[in-house]
Design a protein around this ligand. Sequence first.
Ligand code: CO8
Length: 256
Amino acid sequence: MTEVLLEKPFDFVALLRINRPEAKNALNGEVRRQMAGHMAALGDDPAVRVIVMTGNQEAFAAGADIKDMAEVGAIELMQRNNHLLWRAIANCPKPVIAAVNGYAWGGGCELVMHADIIVAGENASFSQPEVKVGIMPGAGGTQRLTRAVGKFKAMLMLMTGQPVSGTEAGQMGLASLVVPDGEVLDKALEIARTISRMPPVAIAQIKEVLLAGQDASLDAALLLERKAFQLLFASADQKEGMKAFIEKRKPTYEGK
Ligand code: CO8
């Protein structure tokens, strides 16, 4: 397992680093399999509450591996069932933070958009350049990008393949936060640490309801929210959080 390195920088936080520097972290099958495997395992691990994914200073990931796709046929591509690997990432029930420096292009940009929070360096580069190699995004780029930045900015990026900087990404709604390049990972880890101290059951419900509600009618989404809100009153963490407030002390959350 060396294409994606797993580290535990501190309690309750896991850090996944894409590790193919020789190929600008291009996402070959092995990277995608390892990323999906880690996400599934970390999603199940009670000792992990937040996951940060990153690349290196030059590239988060410069796309799916073109050398891996250049000669493939449609049926073989279909039989690779890559969508199941992407789904494992999308289905991770824990907060995922992307820390982005350098290229987040093509499948790399799509991977970033699987995250819940995106911290970008000012000079990061976001792009969906697939059209330039004769294809289009295949892992959510046309859909997640449009939901993030709206139709007109998405069309421009998708049809020209032109990159936007981290600073522009922040202005467009494609990043949660933009910081100087050298501070990206520290900032992402700081946010991860903050979230890791929050009640895990509430955090999981926020993620589930926000994502499920995004594509539902407002009425249905508000119903989902209300039910999840009510459910949280069955958690020990709710009792602890409110008791600690009243007793003027710090709460200790156990995820129960
Ligand atoms: N795939 C394979 N190899 C790559 C990729 C890639 N996406 N990107 C870079 N590399 C390799 C280069 O081939 C090169 O290898 P070598 O040293 O053996 O020649 C090495 O990484 C270093 O790259 P460069 O020399 O090109 O570095 P530069 O700094 O000059 O340029 C760029 C960096 C601008 C990022 C340039 O490498 C580039 O344009 N890369 C391709 C970007 C691209 O088109 N990405 C989109 C790919 S298609 C895609 O992502 C479809 C997603 C669909 C999702 C579904 C998946 C199944």
